[in-house]
Design a protein around this ligand. Sequence first.
Ligand SMILES: [Ca+2]
Ligand SMILES: [Ca+2]
Ligand SMILES: [Ca+2]
Length: 415
Amino acid sequence: MTRFLPVLLFLLTALFVWPLWPTVAAPASPNDRVLGQVLVKFKPDTSQNTIDSELKRHGAKVTDQVAAIGVLVLAVPQNAENRIITALLRNPNVEFAEADYLAFATAVPDTYFNNQWGMENVGQKINGVAGKVDADINAPTAWVTTLGGVKVAILDTGINESHSDLTGKIVAHQDFTGSSSSYNDVYGHGTHVAGIVAANTNNGKGVAGVCPQCLLLNGKVLNDSGSGAYSWIANGITWATNDGAKVINMSLGGSTSSRTLQNAVNYAWNNGVVITAAAGNSNNPSKTYPAAYTNAIAVAATDNQDKRAYFSSYGAKWVDVAAPGVFVFSTWKGATSSVNPQPECDITGCYKYASGTSMSTPIVSGVVGLIWSTGYGTSASSVRSRLESTANKIPGTGTYWSAGRVNAAAAVTPP
Ligand SMILES: [Ca+2]
Ligand SMILES: [Ca+2]
Ligand SMILES: [Ca+2]
């Protein structure tokens, strides 16, 4: 029985028409100076007595200095700063006096980070449903330890490499489908997956990636309708392995097992690559490939209550981990989509909610990318063990997957 084995891409689950979500108001801008503090520099030949009496006159005390450039840090009564600066400037012995202004880290939060409940769930409403606090992967906490940096291969429908929140991320690309659009993403799925793993983060636009400094390989193994031959996928797996990927993300699956596909997965694993694959959206325990292979991590989906997503395939005998997969917000290829909710676009590009184990899988890939950049990143098996042993067991999900819902912060915490 020779036949072409189509691989059905998991459909982005069409849910409800989603109203535009207001972004959370930024906190009131902090004061631009240190209150109760003033900087002054006296001219070099000013006597200590003159300095002392001038400071005493203003009720100012020296609390610190920038010795090399002769600047004194003064404690002064709050709300008297400007008056004292003005008075000091009238003293001919004073070279300059000024407020002690504040500088800020230049990282700017991503516009839509609050939509990314899977990163940090503080109970924000998603699709009208308030989340369960900490039903998430604790990504911001993980980022204190590492931002990652390895190459993650996205074997998917291609990537819109010109999306501004993916700029500079893609280091190699190859089309295995023979598409007239080459490795570009016509379907939309691959761009969404790519952003989940490694969108440019803290750049003041769009979304954050789970692994902010990971780089991406764009291997197009699904065609412009979202399906692909196992041979294309196998070629993508070996290409990514040979090109130095440390993680291969496959947000795809088929219902039939194949020696070719399994051998390709084993080739990657034996060459030190961690492979993640979607468990499927069948809401039943039937196996999906490549996820069901021993050397691929099968990923199920959870919702913002930390429950199994209603569509997620399951089965603790073959599903390994779970990750947020309902209403996951990420980069989108353009202004429209064939499935709702529709993208939200601003001058930086388009972004969209989508649901599926296709969205859970790249969250796991991002966590795997982070682990690779820690002391646990000594081999594919040590990385995988760390991922699975630090996943959160969620009461009631024991028959759905063997390890738990992944936890990035726990996974990268040093011993
Ligand atoms: Ca949390
Ligand atoms: Ca961003
Ligand atoms: Ca497996």
